[in-house]
Design a protein around this ligand. Sequence first.
Ligand code: PLP
Length: 387
Amino acid sequence: MLHLPLYLDYNATTPCDPRVVEVMLPFFSTQFGNAASRHHSFGWQAEEAVDRAREQVASLIGAEPNEIVFTSGATEADNLALKGVFETYTAKGSHIITCNIEHKAVLDVCKHLEKRGAEITYLPVNAEGLVSPQQVEAAIRPDTVLIAIMYANNELGTIMPVKEIGALARQHNVIFFTDATQAVGKIPVDVNQDNIDLLAMSAHKLYGPKGVGALYVRRRSPRVKLSAQMHGGGHERNMRSGTLNVPGIVGFGKACALCQEELQPDAERLTRLRDRLEKSLLQIDGSFVNGSRQHRLPNVTNIGFKGVDNEGLLLAINKEIAVSSGSACTSASLEPSYVLKALRLDDEAARSSLRFSLGRFTREEEIDYVVKKLGEAVARLRELSFR
Ligand SMILES: *Cc1c(COP(=O)(O)O)cnc(C)c1O
């Protein structure tokens, strides 16, 4: 039995895994302590639970527990990384290298920093949605303080050459930050193998709760310093004050542990389902895939349908199927996605594209239903436009 509407928008957010909800529950009621309360067992219990979660989160990305700073999500982690480095390393310079398909949580912070005197290089991606290590190296200057390149793009699923960019950053003594919100939990990510100094992640993109995330901050070779953006009680080694969201953090930890255990089989299953979906949708006349198909997350495909407007297409299917056109923040406007435009798609092609993102609870019957519905909807819309 199919349950409608079907959800194929896992890159926007994921449901909490029931196993995650279960471990969170006691921390709303009986184990409600403040992790910073040092003088009684309520506090100790909460602190112990946070410590365990910190190990689980760190382990998923090959980090040490004391390198994890809990935040309210990836947006806050992005803000802390960019503003924190910009404010700390002013003596060296104020040049930042990033790319033009970063998430708005990076691009909008960069725009803000420009008003504060930062100079930002926005590297253009190629038609596949990738920046090359050569582009990054050519942009490095003596006053470059940060390279900020995302691990995987949220709209396309394309995976950047992070390891190579990280190696270059290290070689040139520049701090390397990556927004890995879409990569962590889906593909192997290791801050040491990938030469990453700062990494943003979010629980609700990997079957944890909303409103919690983390910034990984390298402690050794090099030790990265950040100025806090939230001041108060000095929590999280002074980098992020505020009482810890204990239930959220516990759920985040459990979600990371589950991803670590199930990453390989999940990735294989999702690749198979995604490929089945993509292959079938490509049978529709005039359909095409956006972004690299080689360097890509297992769960995403972004597909255009020539001559069909995605707003109309969404209207035709969105009672039964949840997918997205571009990212959640721009989908309300008529502007085509800036990510697709960065691939140098013309407006019409960009406006004909949809993102399908699959996840842990996607089943084969759902894929087959989506294929059938989309085929019908595209055919109907094309018929209408020829009248
Ligand atoms: C979802 C997402 C964010 C924002 O994460 P929140 O935890 O919702 O603030 C940032 N970057 C990328 C790449 C994302 O996909």
